[in-house]
Design a protein around this ligand. Structure first.
Ligand SMILES: [Cu+2]
Length: 136
């Protein structure tokens, strides 16, 4: 999974050079979190995750001037605690779309609150954000 993610990110990076990305559709925030000087925003057209395949956008901006932050290598993973069994894990496929902007997909088999971990490692350093998102 981790290896596939790296390949996807690398391929996405190549695509940016040639392709002009489509204008962003109207997005609603799923979650916003400030980590030091970076604001991490998870958003989608519906503003929530459902038990199915989900498309979303992950952005990194400066808390000071609101400009995009080059987050570099980014990952988004989720887990859900399930009584009496191992936590259910799901990772997102992320494709860089522009400075500080990643288009992602993630699939959930059921409802329930996910613990989300976003990590990044780029020119401005590395960091992580942890928060929970309901799947409903
Ligand atoms: Cu579950």
């Amino acid at each position: 999974m981790a290896k596939a993610l790296l390949v996807m990110v690398a391929v996405g990076g190549l695509m940016i050079a040639g392709a002009q990305s489509a204008p962003a559709a109207d997005m609603k925030p799923i979650h916003t979190q400030k980590v030091k000087d970076v604001v991490v925003t998870l958003e989608s057209e519906s503003g929530q995750w459902k038990p199915a395949k989900n498309d979303f956008v992950l952005t990194f901006t400066s808390a000071q001037d609101k400009k995009p932050v080059d987050a570099g290598q980014v990952s988004l993973t989720t887990s859900m605690a399930m009584p009496g069994m191992a936590p259910m894990l799901a990772g997102a496929t992320l494709t860089p779309e522009g400075p500080g902007r990643y288009r992602g997909t993630i699939e959930f088999p059921d409802r329930g609150t996910r613990q989300v971990t976003v990590t990044w490692e780029g020119p401005l350093g590395k960091g992580s954000a942890k928060f929970s998102v309901p799947v409903r």
